[in-house]
Design a protein around this ligand. Sequence first.
Ligand code: ZN
Length: 161
Amino acid sequence: MHSKSLYQEVILDHNRKPRNYGTLEHSTHHAVGHNPLCGDRLVIALNLDGQNIEGIAFHGESCAICKASASMMTSVVKGKTRSDAEILIQEFRDMALGKLDPSDENHLGRLTVFAGVRNLPTRVKCAILPWHTLHAALNSINSTSTEAADDPMHAPVDRAS
Ligand code: ZN
C-alpha cells in the first residue's frame, strides 16, 4: 500500500517539474484528449521509430492529478515499444477503475502510486486521460474524449509482442 503522503508528494513533484512537458520538433503521431468533467485538455505528441517510442511530449491545461499522470506516463513509456506501452495503458486503466489490484502481478512499477484514485470517482478520468490520449495517438486517432461514444479505451488491446 502506498501512503497518501507519497501520492501527494508525487503529484506535487510532477507539477513543479513536469517531465517531457512541451512540444516535439519532429512528431509522427499526436492526439488531443479532453475530459469535460474536469476541463482537462492535453496534447500528446510522439515520435515513433518503427515500433519504438523514441520521443514523447505533452502539453495542455489540466488539473494536478492529470498533469502528474501525464508527466509520469511520458517518462515511463519513453524508449518502450508500442506493445509495451499498450500493456501499461490497459493496466493503468484497470488499476484506476479498481479492476486491477496493484499488489497483483503487473508492469506498472511506481505508477501504482495512482492506485488511490479508485476511491476518488471524480478524479479517475483525470488520471486516465493521458493514457487514453496516448492510446489514441498510437492508433492515429487524433482527438479523443473520456466521454466519447467511440471511447478508444474500449478497443481491444493487442498484447502480442
Ligand atoms: Zn482533472
